[in-house]
Design a protein around this ligand. Structure first.
Ligand code: KG4
Ligand code: ZN
Length: 500
C-alpha cells in the first residue's frame, strides 16, 4: 500500500459538519435545529478534536434531540438524485421502510447519441423533477400532515454533472426552506456505500430486517463496479472513507460493454443488465474456456504491479480486439465462429473478474496489516449482478476473518485453541458461556459478501434518502446555501473541505 494511503488510515478525523454557514442564518431558517447546529459549528476541526469533552457534549445533545423525535415515530426523509441521467425521488424511514420510489430514466434521449449528453440531461431533469417529487410524495401515503411529516430533505450534492446536480440541489433547498426542514447534501458515493445498511438482514437477527444497529457494521469494504465506476473503498463510519483503488482507464462495466460489442453478442430479452449481462450468459456456452487464456492478460498482476492498488481494463480490452482481428483474418469468410466467440467471452470475463478479486484480496491484506477489522465486502453497481463475480468474491472473503465485537449476541463460528471453525451456534455459545472472556474474545466469522438488490445498486434516490437519515442521526446537517460539488473525492468527506 502506498505511503499516502497508510497515512490516511492513521489520520485522526473530525466529525463536525463541513457546513460553515452562520448560526444566525440557520436560526432564521430552521429554528429547531439552530441551537444544535451552532454547537456543531463551534466545535470546528481546528478547535475541537473528536475526542474532546466539548465534542461529546455536542454529539450527545444532537443525539438526544433526535432520539426524542424517534421515540414518537420513525424519522422520514425525502431523497432527490439528479447527478447523472436519471431523475429520482424517494421517501424512506429510519426503520428502513421505502415508502415510495420514483425514477424517470433518460435512456431514450442519450442512447441514440452514443453516450450521456450533459445538456440534454440537464434539461430533462428540469422538465421531470417537479412531477417526480410530486409523485414520490403522493405514493408515500404520508400521514395526515402530508408533506409536513417529512423530517429531512436529502439531495445529491456531488460528484456528478454540474448542471444536473444544480437542478436537484436547488429544488431540495427550496423545499427545505419552505417547509422549515433540515437539509442534507449527500455525497453520491457515500450513498452507494451505505445502501447495504438499508437492505441487509443482520445474520444474528435473521427474522428481523433491523438489528439493534444497521448491518453491515463498520468498518466494511465497498466494491462499486458499474458503467461509470470501478472503486474499492473502506467505509470506516458514516462521513469517513478511504479510497483503496480506482481505475486508471476504463471502468469494468465499459470493458464488458466494449467486449460484448466487439463479439457482436445479442442482447438478452428486455435488454436487462445491458451488454454485460448478455456477455455473462453468452460465455456460459463456452466449451473450451481456456482456449485464449494465454493471450489474455490479467491486469496489474505481474510481480511489480501485484501490490499496486489500481484497476485497469484498457490492456485486456485491446487483447480481445487483437484476437478478434486475428481470427477474422485467418478465416476465409472473414468471420469469427460462434464457438470461438464464446470461448473468448469466457476468457475475457475470467481475466476481468480475477483482476477485481486480486485487488479486493490485496485490500483485505492491507487492512489486516493496518489493524482495520473488515466485517464485510459490499458489492454494488451493475457488474455486481454477475453471478461468477459473486462466487469468486465469496471464495476470496472466506480466507479472511474478523473478530466479533459482541460474541454473546452472535451465533457464529468460534475459533478455539483446537483450531478454526469448530461449528456454529450451539458450540459457539457453549464455548462462550463455559470459558468466559478468553474464549469469547476469540469468536470469529469470515468476511461476509453482501450484494444489495440490483435495483438499489444502480443510481436511485432511496440511497440518498437513507444516507440523509444516517447523517442526520449523527448531527451532520447542512445549511441552505451549500453549493454543488461536481468533483468531490470521497476521502474528503468529514474533513470540513468541499471542493467547488
Ligand atoms: O450501475 P449500472 O446499472 O449503471 C451505470 O453504470 O450507469 O451499471 C451498468 C453496467 C453496464 O456496463 C452493464 O453492462 C454492466 O453494468 N452489467 C454487467 C452485468 N449486468 C450489468 N456486467 C457483467 N455482468 C453482468 N451480469
Ligand atoms: Zn452512481
Amino acid at each position: 500500500m502506498e505511503a499516502a494511503l497508510l497515512h490516511r488510515f492513521a489520520r485522526a478525523r473530525f466529525r463536525a459538519s463541513p457546513c460553515l454557514c452562520s448560526a444566525k442564518t440557520l436560526s432564521r431558517s430552521l429554528p429547531h435545529l439552530a441551537l444544535l447546529q451552532s454547537r456543531l459549528i463551534s466545535s470546528s476541526p481546528s478547535s475541537t478534536p473528536s475526542n474532546s469533552p466539548a465534542h461529546h457534549t455536542t454529539l450527545s445533545a444532537i443525539t438526544s434531540a433526535i432520539s426524542a423525535t424517534t421515540k414518537q415515530r420513525p424519522l422520514i426523509a425525502l431523497g432527490i438524485e439528479t447527478s447523472c441521467d436519471d431523475t429520482c425521488a424517494a421517501i424512506v424511514t429510519s426503520e428502513r421502510q421505502i415508502l415510495s420510489e420514483v425514477l424517470r430514466t433518460q435512456h431514450h434521449l442519450h442512447e441514440p447519441m452514443g453516450g450521456i449528453v450533459p445538456k440534454l440531461a440537464h434539461h430533462a431533469h428540469m422538465r421531470n423533477l417537479p412531477e417526480v417529487v410530486k409523485e414520490a410524495i403522493q405514493k408515500a401515503g404520508l400521514g395526515e400532515r402530508g408533506i409536513q411529516e417529512i423530517d429531512v430533505i436529502a439531495v445529491t450534492r456531488g460528484p456528478g454533472l454540474a448542471h444536473c446536480l444544480g437542478v436537484g440541489l436547488n429544488a431540495a433547498k427550496t423545499l427545505a426552506a419552505a417547509l422549515n426542514k433540515p437539509l442534507i447534501g449527500v455525497h453520491h458515493m457515500e450513498a452507494h456505500a451505505l445502501t447495504a445498511r438499508l437492505t441487509t438482514k443482520d445474520p444474528d437477527s435473521p427474522g428481523k430486517l433491523l438489528g439493534a444497529d444497521p448491518y453491515p457494521s463498520f468498518p466494511f469494504l465497498t466494491l462499486l463496479v458499474s458503467g461509470g465506476h470501478t472503486l474499492l473503498l473502506v467505509a470506516h463510519s458514516v462521513d469517513r472513507y478511504t479510497t483503496l483503488a480506482t481505475t486508471v482507464d476504463d471502468s469494468v462495466g465499459e470493458a464488458f460493454d466494449k467486449t460484448a460489442r466487439e463479439l457482436d453478442i445479442p442482447w438478452l430479452p428486455g435488454r436487462a443488465g445491458g451488454p454485460g449481462a448478455s456477455l455473462e450468459e453468452f460465455a456460459k456456452g463456452s466449451q473450451t474456456p481456456l482456449r485464449y487464456l494465454d493471450q489474455l492478460p490479467i491486469p496489474m498482476s505481474l510481480r511489480t504491479n501485484k501490490r499496486k492498488m489500481k484497476f485497469s481494463f484498457a490492456g485486456l480490452k485491446s487483447a480481445v480486439t487483437r484476437i478478434v482481428n486475428q481470427e477474422k483474418a485467418s478465416d476465409p469468410g472473414g468471420v469469427m465462429d460462434e464457438k470461438k466467440k464464446r470461448d473468448l467471452a469466457a476468457g475475457f470475463q475470467h481475466c476481468a473478474l480475477t483482476h477485481l478479486c486480486q485487488k479486493v484480496e490485496q485490500g483485505l491484506v492491507d487492512c489486516r496489516e493496518q489493524g482495520v477489522q473488515i466485517s464485510s465486502l459490499v458489492i454494488s453497481g451493475g457488474v455486481g449482478r454477475n453471478m461468477i463475480l459473486r462466487a469468486m468474491m465469496d471464495e476470496v472473503c472466506q480466507r479472511f476473518e474478523y473478530e466479533l465485537s459482541n460474541p454473546l449476541k452472535h451465533s457464529a463460528v468460534l475459533t478455539t485453541s483446537a483450531g478454526p471453525g469448530l461449528g456454529p451456534s450451539a458450540v459457539g455459545m457453549e464455548a462462550v458461556t463455559s470459558s468466559g472472556v478468553t474464549e469469547t474474545a476469540r469468536a470469529r466469522r469470515p468476511v461476509q459478501v453482501i450484494c444489495p438488490p440490483p435495483k438499489l445498486c444502480t443510481d436511485n434516490a432511496v440511497m440518498i434518502a437513507w444516507t440523509g437519515l444516517e447523517r442526520y442521526q449523527r448531527g451532520l446537517v447542512d445549511c441552505y446555501d451549500i453549493d454543488i460539488a461536481p468533483k468531490w473525492p470521497l476521502d474528503m468527506l468529514g474533513t470540513g473541505v468541499v471542493p467547488e
